[in-house]
Design a binder for this molecule. Sequence first.
Ligand code: CDP
Length: 246
Amino acid sequence: MSEKPEHFIIDGKRLDGRRRDELRPIKIELSPLDRADGSCYLEWGRNKVVAAVYGPRELHPRHRQNMTGAVVQCRYNMASFSVDERIRPGPSRRSVEISKVIRQAFEHVVFTKFFPKTAIDIYIEVLRADAGTRTAGINAASLALADAGIPMRGLVSACAVGKVDGEIVLDLMKEEDNFGDADVPVAMTSDNRITLLQMDGRMTTEEFYKALELAKTGCTTVYELQRQALVEKYDNEYQAEGGLDE
Ligand code: CDP
């Protein structure tokens, strides 16, 4: 693990040169996996994640089926080689918790009632981690769900906010996440309904509301990138099929 830096913000710039309210660069690729119903590969700074969605498909074992709607399931996994110190393969307390909160971030956004007795499975694989993997996973999963054609109230967009050197900053990188004062991952729909909110560390109430406002602006930027990625994909497919008939 890297060492705690003496300062996180020097002359108004963070360790990687960003402003306090700046996101790391995001790159999105839709449908990289042709065997999944929907998929998305996403890079966010030095994070690399892939999300795959299967379903709606019949849920087994049957006693887990819900007669009034689909069951959303999620598995978040970090590859052994995704961090400096090799991670033991298989579930850990951390991955079980993250899988659960990501599932909850989508449960009330997906129109599950259209698909009784089925499962909608979300798989998130983290290939390279640099803080913010759950938020990167949510952004990728949201697009993978849309790519699978699963009806939703809207896209879910996520980013973390936090506190370092006593200041509120957007989108923590690893050193800020590991050694900062607070880390607050947030996910929300485009009409600002929060579907995930966690907090590690401490903030005053005033700082928390300031951080939440900053998270909103971060999620709005992420949403715009997600929307663009979808529009580009469907536009390209439409053009490939011959576009408008003259
Ligand atoms: O990734 P996220 O910020 O959602 O979750 P976290 O539990 O706050 O982890 C922050 C970062 O610590 C991860 O993204 C990894 O870069 C790193 N980490 C690690 O190096 N080894 C682990 N076993 C878990 C996390």
